[in-house]
Write a protein that binds this ligand. Structure first.
Ligand code: HEC
Length: 128
């Protein structure tokens, strides 16, 4: 019965929530839980400071490796250029060291693509 594993969560998703935004709200709540893997090194409050890693308020859509002027980003991260969009954030979070070999983000990555999508949805809500 291979199908059951897929079918049950799908049914649960279809059956939960009342408004059209319920799915998105659930995803953000899940993403917030995934973000607990990041809080050892990152704050995300609007006025919170940098810790081991840069504060992540407004990171989605922001320039890569330059939002936080006092944080010492690696040359490798800065060299990526451009802005954080969902696709690049997904690649980064899957395996930071594969995307930027010299990065100081000592984090193995978030292996589950769904967890990554959830945490990216959460990050998107934390910004101006
Ligand atoms: C062990 C500490 C640590 C953990 C855990 C960690 N990070 Fe980081 N993160 C860093 C450091 C250090 C950098 C700076 C990397 C560089 O300059 O190469 C960074 C950079 C980033 C950046 C780039 C920010 C910018 O301004 O361009 C993002 C986005 C990010 N981390 C997201 C996350 C998320 C999301 C998680 C959790 C899933 C996470 N990090 C977990 C330490 C960490």
């Amino acid at each position: 019965m291979k199908a059951a594993g897929w079918l049950l969560p799908a049914l649960a998703l279809a059956g939960c929530g009342s408004g059209p935004d319920a799915g998105a709200t659930d995803q953000i709540a899940r993403g917030k839980r995934v973000f607990s893997r990041c809080t050892a090194c990152h704050t995300i409050g609007q006025y919170a400071g940098d810790t081991d890693g840069p504060n992540l308020y407004g990171v989605m859509g922001g320039p890569i490796g330059e939002r936080r002027p006092r944080f010492s980003y690696t040359a490798g991260l800065k060299a990526l250029g451009g802005n954080w969009d969902a696709k690049r954030m997904d690649r980064w979070l899957a395996n930071p060291r594969r995307m930027v070999p010299g990065t100081t983000m000592a984090f193995a990555g978030v292996p589950d693509p769904k967890d990554r999508a959830d945490v990216i949805a959460y990050l998107s809500t934390r910004g101006p």
